[in-house]
Structure formats: structure tokens, C-alpha cells
Design a protein around this ligand. Structure first.
Ligand SMILES: [Fe+2]
Length: 143
């Protein structure tokens, strides 16, 4: 199986996100090498960890009134949906969908990191002044 490895070229300059992404890629590599018996509980832990990481990013976007919150949240949900379906198959004794999703995850994450997460890291480095933040996003957007 071909696996993408973490590279410092994927760093965004946001220490928390960079560390989370590095650890994620390490865990994907470990998980891919597990036999089915150990794979099932490790898969569950991976999905929980992704859910927690995504919630953390979404909380940061809410604090920043990040204009990309909705699209970013939708992409997180789109990534989690096949993982949840694969969890169902895994619990019914079929590891194939989870193994296939695991092989795709590094590719999905590279695309996500260089698009959505990069925009978030830039917003975190240059936050709007508090007076311009609202619950639904910035008061003014530029077209
Ligand atoms: Fe993200």
C-alpha cells in the first residue's frame, strides 16, 4: 500500500494545527500496518480523534468569526461521513471499507490542509478586530 508521509512542507505556521496534522499522519501509517484484530479498536480511536480535531478547528473558527466556517465545517462533515459508514461495516465484520478509506485519508488531508486549513491558519495569524466579529461572521466582506 502506498502511504503519503508527513512532510514539513505541509506545515501551516500554526503550531497546534501542525502538531495535530503530524500526529495524524503518524497514526494513519501505524493503523495501516495493523492486523484486522487490532485494527477495529484503533479505527474507532482514529475516528474519535478526527472528530475532536475537527471540533477544535470549528471552535477556533467560531472565535475568529472566520468567513470560511460553513464551507470548512461542511468539508469536515464530508470527510467524516464515509468514515462513519466504514465504522458500520467494520462492526459488521467487514474491514474493507475502513481499509479503503484509510488509504484515501492522507490524500484527502493533503487537499484539506493546503486549502481549508491554510485559510484558517492565516485567519488565526491575522484575526479580525473583536469589534468586527459577529456570531455569523465578519460584519463586512469584500467581494
Ligand atoms: Fe480542517
Amino acid at each position: 500500500m502506498h502511504t503519503l508521509l508527513w512532510s514539513s512542507a505541509m506545515e501551516l505556521g500554526h503550531a497546534g494545527m501542525d502538531e495535530s496534522h503530524r500526529l495524524l499522519f503518524e497514526s494513519l501509517g501505524r493503523l495501516a500496518r495493523l492486523a484486522d484484530r487490532e485494527f477495529t479498536p484503533a479505527w474507532g480511536a482514529l475516528v474519535q480523534r478526527l472528530e475532536a480535531d475537527f471540533r477544535e478547528e470549528e471552535a477556533l473558527m467560531e472565535r475568529l468569526a472566520h468567513p470560511g466556517l460553513r464551507a470548512h465545517r461542511e468539508q469536515h462533515a464530508s470527510m467524516l461521513a464515509p468514515l462513519h459508514r466504514a465504522t458500520g461495516a467494520l462492526l459488521r465484520g467487514d474491514p474493507a471499507p475502513a481499509r479503503q478509506a484509510l488509504a484515501q485519508l492522507p490524500h484527502w488531508f493533503v487537499l484539506h490542509i493546503v486549502s481549508m486549513d491554510l485559510a484558517l491558519a492565516e485567519a488565526a495569524a491575522n484575526p479580525l478586530p473583536p469589534a468586527l466579529r459577529t456570531a455569523s461572521g465578519p460584519l463586512h466582506t469584500y467581494n
